[in-house]
Design a protein around this ligand. Structure first.
Ligand SMILES: N[C@@H](CCC(=O)N[C@@H](CS)C(=O)NCC(=O)O)C(=O)O
Length: 256
């Protein structure tokens, strides 16, 4: 048997499978994706929001095949090739799409310099606080630790909830903050089933915000059937996952 993380369902399902089907034709922009990956989903949401033509290619990043390492030496999804040149790192790609397709609304970074910085500030909070806290809850084995990390996770989410203007983070304007939060709220049922998390436990405002995000069309179109995320997270819940994110969480390092 190979690497345990190779045993993921091979392709997108549900609404995401329909979206993949519609993006098979060659285009200037090739999107190297893994249907299950929350970092991939960020880029995918942006592509769909802006209606950018792209060709979807599924890759299993755990196999570290040479053709993919030539595109992203880190061997992580997402990556893109734009007119034959490669880029990776989900946030770098999201900002690139904003810059490379300036006429395509919605603008996920606002025009005003202060507002742009404000969005980046909260995107940074998601990357540096929310996602590591999510993984600590997910991977903790002792009930005491699970409880402690769940409380810490709530604190990181409340910080965002307190700033939400509604319906989205900035108000009516759907921004990059919403893009980076959405993939994690779709996956929160894992913590609900296994770690006692509830959306109400964060705050009523958080619950309302989450409803808006999960019903956004770009989010729904990039989501697979929930049952297929389960086997992937089962390994995290036993703290057996060997992904770069899992290893970083275990050793207390920052995420890759
Ligand atoms: N910082 C990267 C993280 C991407 C990432 O961790 N992707 C995971 C899948 S969700 C991956 O490719 N994992 C392969 C591995 O860990 O070996 C980004 O934002 O793009």
């Amino acid at each position: 048997m190979g690497h345990p993380d190779e045993n993921i369902y091979p392709t997108a399902t549900g609404r995401a499978a329909e979206t993949v089907e519609q993006h098979q034709e060659p285009q200037d922009l090739v999107f190297w994706a893994g249907w299950f990956c929350p970092f991939v989903q960020r880029v995918w949401i942006v592509l769909e929001e802006k209606n950018i033509p792209y060709q979807y290619k599924e890759v299993n990043p755990y196999k570290k095949e040479q053709h993919f390492l030539d595109i992203n030496p880190k061997g992580l999804v997402p990556a893109i090739e734009y007119k034959g040149r490669a880029l990776y790192e989900s946030l770098v790609i999201c900002e690139f799409l904003e810059d490379a397709y300036p006429s395509r609304a919605p603008h996920l970074l606002p025009q005003d310099p202060f507002d742009r910085a404000y969005v980046r500030l909260w995107v940074d909070h998601v990357s540096k606080s929310i996602i590591p806290a999510f993984h600590r809850v997910l991977q903790a084995q002792e009930p005491e630790k699970q409880k402690q990390f769940l409380e810490e996770y709530y604190v990181t989410l409340r910080a965002v909830a307190d700033k939400v203007k509604g319906p989205y983070f900035l108000g009516e304007h759907f921004s990059l903050v919403d893009v980076v939060v959405a993939p994690w709220v779709i996956r929160d049922y894992i913590l609900k089933e296994h770690r006692g998390y509830t959306r109400e436990g964060v705050s009523p405002k958080w619950k309302d915000y989450v409803e808006q995000l999960i019903n956004r069309e770009s989010v729904r179109k990039t989501q697979s059937d929930l049952e297929h995320y389960e086997p992937i997270y089962a390994r995290y819940l036993r703290d057996e996952a060997q992904s770069e994110v899992a290893k970083a969480t275990r050793s207390g390092r920052g995420l890759p």
